[in-house]
Write a protein that binds this ligand. Structure first.
Ligand code: ADP
Ligand code: ADP
Length: 220
């Protein structure tokens, strides 16, 4: 089935601005890890914020989990490029905030497990953590609500290779275990190649290539 379906999606940030998204149509399958790749300015963040219900398209249509974006907020986790963690809170208290914000879906044991896999001290303050450790906490917050759909904007950007590897491992394990649909962006095509089985290539606001990796490889 389909997690996200877009038809003729257009986004202009100003009446006279060039389209950040220009007639984008695509279907994203459920239960897969999909890569949204393209150079800076291609429209990746724009597409993710629209799918998250944080920004409205200028025209065209998009449905997320079968409804308008933002409808199923409890079932969708969106991780922006800058991760909004409170520096003065401990890791444990940060997870309590996650529990309070998502009372009906929160899986405390699962969120703790993700933090423990990174060997993080639950009493450590967010401000004392490395970029990779912060990303792990952000991931625990995003996955702790057991979303059906994860939208991640350049999640690897600040991470060293080991932290990238660990993050991909966590996402892949989650997708395998819970069938979570993942859409994650990067401006580095190869970064997501190992983990993703579906590709959306954006350039200048247009979908340049899209489909299952196996189909795309088989077609050439
Ligand atoms: P990417 O995430 O691929 O780098 P973006 O979606 O951020 O691409 O940007 C696509 C285009 O839209 C760029 O030309 C960018 O400058 C423009 N843009 C993005 N956000 C805004 C905004 N809030 N206001 C005006 N222009 C924007
Ligand atoms: P990204 O490539 O992920 O969009 P940026 O650094 O381009 O990251 O954008 C950071 C923030 O600035 C985003 O909130 C984006 O919407 C906004 N932004 C990007 N381009 C523009 C622009 N031309 N005018 C106004 N805001 C912009």
């Amino acid at each position: 089935s389909t997690a996200i379906e877009a038809n003729g999606l257009v986004k202009r940030y100003g009446r006279r601005a060039a389209a950040a998204l220009d007639d984008c149509s695509f279907r994203l399958p459920t239960g897969r890890i999909s890569a949204l790749v393209g150079p800076n300015g291609a429209g990746k963040s724009t597409l993710l914020t629209i799918a998250a219900g944080l920004s409205r398209p200028t025209s065209g249509s998009i449905s997320v989990l079968g409804a308008a974006p933002g409808t199923h907020r409890a079932k969708v986790s969106y991780l922006a490029q800058s991760k909004p963690l409170y520096p003065q809170l401990s890791v444990a208290d940060t997870l309590k905030v996650g529990a309070a914000l998502n009372p009906e879906r929160w899986d405390a044991a699962y969120a703790s497990k993700i933090v423990e896999q990174g060997e993080l001290d639950p009493k450590a303050k967010i401000r004392s953590l490395s970029g990779g450790q912060r990303t792990r906490v952000a991931l625990a917050l995003a996955l702790g609500k057991r979303p059906e759909l994860m939208l991640l904007d350049e999640p690897m950007a600040d991470l060293d290779p080991l932290a990238r590897h660990e993050m991909m491992g966590t996402l892949m394990a989650d997708a395998a275990e819970h069938g979570t649909t993942v859409l994650m962006s990067s401006h580095i095509v190869t970064e997501l190649a190992d983990a993703c089985d579906h590709l959306l290539l954006l350039g200048g606001g247009r979908i340049r290539l899209g489909g299952g990796i196996d189909d795309l490889i088989g077609a050439h």
